[in-house]
Design a protein around this ligand. Structure first.
Ligand SMILES: [Mn+2]
Length: 237
């Protein structure tokens, strides 16, 4: 069986059409794999449509981002027919999620059947936070950001601190014997000269290209593929 190519992308944020354009541009084949390193939900016009497309494709795998984590923690209270009173802790989470762009996700979620809502919840419960990959001589760790350490220490099988972007750009290794691939922090906030571009460092790769482009990296030849996207810039201060 021919082993296909491996691609990574992150922070699609509801931009379903741009995601389809990326799949088309890279010509994703059945033996290829695409890893989405978190944040498919919120902000953009069709986050649930995007998530449902991902769920249907056996060669596309989603790792949880902080936006999926919010959904995982509170979407159950929004399942159709749920008459349970929303506990205070979940009300606070809902509020925190809302100010981060949850409305398109919640609106789409409330317009699908209860069965489809439950499929989404059980899919998110099965998603991992991190993924290790060996491609040729290179080892990679894929993780949206360091949030498992913050939100769920039991699931944290790695310990990295991504809070200091400058430190990352100085290229100190964060993962022993491997290259960390993450999203979350737009590359222009790490270094403005990389506005709209993937950053490929020796020890770290950053995928979130900000509000104007989606970038996809092929781990076999390190080639980059971009499509334009128009995201609401107010989310990327
Ligand atoms: Mn994001």
């Amino acid at each position: 069986m021919p082993s296909g190519k491996t691609y990574v992308i992150s922070d699609i944020h509801g931009h379903y059409q741009a995601y389809l354009q990326i799949l088309d541009a890279i010509q994703l084949k059945v033996h290829d794999r695409l890893y989405i390193v978190g944040d498919v939900l919120d902000r953009g016009p069709a986050p649930i449509t995007l998530l449902q497309d991902i769920m249907k494709r056996p060669n596309v795998e989603l790792l949880l981002g902080n936006h999926e984590l919010f959904a995982l923690l509170v979407l159950d209270v929004l399942v159709t027919g749920n008459t349970q009173e929303i506990p205070l802790s979940k009300q606070a989470l809902l509020q925190g999620w809302s100010i981060r762009g949850a409305m398109p996700t919640i609106t789409e979620f409330q317009n699908i059947t209860k069965e489809k809502q439950q499929e989404i919840l059980s899919y998110l419960q099965r998603c991992a936070y991190t993924k290790s990959l060996q491609i040729g001589q290179r080892r990679y760790l894929l993780a949206h950001t360091d949030m498992p350490v913050i939100h769920n220490p039991q699931q944290a099988d790695y310990h990295v601190n991504l809070s200091n972007a400058l430190r990352i750009y100085r290229d100190e290794p964060l993962v022993p014997d491997g290259i960390l691939i993450s999203g979350h922090t737009p590359t222009h906030r790490i270094d403005w000269r990389h506005q709209g571009q993937i950053i490929q460092g020796n020890h770290t790769i950053f995928l979130d290209c900000g509000p104007s482009r989606l970038g996809c990296l092929c781990l076999d030849d390190l080639s980059e593929t971009y499509v334009p996207v128009k995201m609401d810039e107010s989310w990327w201060f």
